[in-house]
Structures are given as C-alpha cells and as structure tokens.
Write a protein that binds this ligand. Structure first.
Ligand code: NDP
Length: 260
C-alpha cells in the first residue's frame, strides 16, 4: 500500500509539472498571439477541421465536471465538510462553464478548431484529476479550516471573481442580437471601462482565490497556468480592438485596471 501511495503521489506531482509546462510553454510561444479560437482563428485550422463552438465548449469543459466528481468520491476525505465545500465551488464554476455559458454563444456554426477542443479537454481532465485528488485525498482539511483566514479570504476572492467573470461573459454574449450577427462591437460599462477583458480578470481571481483557500501547490499550479493562458489572450484581444476600432478607449488596459 505504501509503495502504491508513493507511485500515485509521484504521478500527481508529475502531472502537475506537465500541466504547468504545457501552459507556460504556450504562453511564451503566444505572448502577443493567442490560442486559436474565436476572433484569433486563422486559416491554418481550416484543414484540421472545426466544430460548433457550443459543442466544442461542452466537450472541452465536461471533463472538469465529471473527472473531478469521479476522483473526488474515491478520496479518503470525501465525506468531510471542507473538501465538500471545495468540490461545490469547483463544480459550480464548471457546471456553469460547461452547460450554461455555451448556451449563450452566438458565433454561428463552425468556429472551434477540433484540435483546440481536444487539447483543452485533455487539460481539463488532467486538472480535474489533480484538483479532485488533492482536495479529497492528499490534502488534509479538518473542520476548523472553515474559520482559517486562508479559507475565508480565498472564498471571498473566488466569489468576487466568479461574479465578475459571469457578468462580463454575459455582457459580451449579449453584444450580438443573434447567431446571424457575426460582427464584434466595443463593450461598455462597469469594469469594461477599465480593462478589455474583465471576464479573464474574473477567471484569474477565481483561481487565485482557489489557490489561497486550498493553500496548496496544486491550486497555485492551476492559478499560474490560468494566468499563462489568459494573460497573452488578453494582450491579443486588446491589440486586436485597438487595430479594429479607431475610437477604442485609449485609457483601457488589457487585464488589470491601471496596470496591465
Ligand atoms: P472571449 O472574451 O474571447 O469571448 C467570449 C464570448 O463573447 C465569445 O462567444 C465571443 O465571440 C463573444 N465576444 C467577445 N467579445 C465580443 C465583442 N466585442 N463583440 C461581440 N461578441 C464578443 O472569451 P473566451 O471565449 O476566450 O473565454 C470564454 C470564457 O472561458 C471566459 O470566461 C474565460 O475566462 C474562460 N476561459 C478560461 C480558461 C482557463 O484557463 N481557466 C481558458 C479559456 C477560457 P467569438 O467566439 O466569435 O469571438
């Protein structure tokens, strides 16, 4: 049993390192470009095949819902209250991302490269495994953790990030009246007056909150990898708006108000 435990622990560690390098490598390669979906899709992907963005998002994100659930209930602490709180928060984010967010997408029929959906699906399965395994098995969170400053501070950041993320995504999705309308418009209001991508800022805050409340290297790894993915994409969106709209507000930053 001890040997098996060691092998599993090594696997989780290696999987995490792979996950980080996978995303950090992507970020360095794409510092001013962006993963190819949505507005940054180029003709290279025509040959590789594309799929409906709605279906693509469901396929990409569902491993985060189901792998995490399956792994969680195999963990030795799965019946404890704090791990269950973590699971509820993680699942709330991913149930929304997998089944609610895609319903609002209005990008026509074929906007998601199959290869992008497959890579993201793999990432989510791996990350779902790592996070689920940590919160229910390797990590140890007694009931007193509910009043620990890390837990309370982390949960406030997570919840704030989730509200910002959902609000900003909804505003973007409502810019188009229907799937027939393929244009982009300049978003206005709230945090959009300060940054181009408040939805990414919200997402980053969520995983920052997660890393604080779980106080774990697995949480930190996910937070860093999210910054590495969404940071360059925010830069790419910002440059794209500046080129496309001559009247784009110059005072807006890409991701962090007044800074970046
Ligand atoms: P985008 O902001 O690129 O697009 C979101 C949706 O809004 C798309 O359907 C897009 O259409 C539409 N849209 C965006 N801007 C405009 C505009 N100016 N006018 C009209 N429609 C617009 O977000 P992503 O698709 O990259 O990401 C969606 C969500 O997934 C975000 O909340 C993000 O945080 C999250 N995410 C999280 C990741 C992580 O690592 N945790 C990784 C990637 C995404 P179109 O597709 O046609 O551009």
């Amino acid at each position: 049993d001890f040997l098996l435990l060691r092998i599993r622990e090594e696997f989780i560690h290696k999987a995490l390192v792979f996950l980080l390098f996978f995303r950090i490598f992507d970020a360095i390669r794409d510092f001013r470009k962006s993963p190819a979906y949505g507005r940054h899709l180029d003709s290279t992907f025509n040959r590789l095949g594309k799929m409906s963005a709605k279906v693509g998002w469901i396929l990409m994100e569902s491993p985060a819902v189901f792998v995490t659930l399956a792994v969680f209930f195999k963990g030795q602490h799965n019946h404890e209250i704090v791990p269950r709180c973590f699971l509820a928060l993680f699942e709330a984010h991913y149930i929304h991302r997998t089944f609610i967010f895609p319903m609002g997408i209005k990008t026509g029929a074929t906007r998601m490269p199959i290869v992008t959906a497959m890579m993201a699906s793999l990432f989510n399965a791996l990350n779902g495994y790592i996070q689920g395994r940590w919160i229910s098995h390797y990590g140890y969170y007694p009931t007193q953790w509910l009043t620990a400053p890390q837990f309370l501070f982390g949960i406030v950041i997570f919840a704030t990030g989730m509200l910002i993320n959902i609000w900003a995504d909804r505003l973007l999705l409502h810019l188009r009246a229907s799937s027939q309308e393929k244009v982009y418009k300049v978003p206005h209001g709230g945090l959009f007056e300060y940054v181009t991508c408040p939805n990414y800022l919200g997402e980053i805050l969520e995983w920052l909150g997660w890393s604080i409340m779980t106080w774990s290297s697995t949480g930190l790894g996910f937070f860093v990898s999210t910054v590495c993915f969404l940071g360059p994409r925010a830069n790419a969106h910002h440059d794209w708006y500046l080129k496309k709209f001559s009247d784009y507000p110059q005072s807006r930053k890409s991701l962090i108000p007044f800074l970046w």
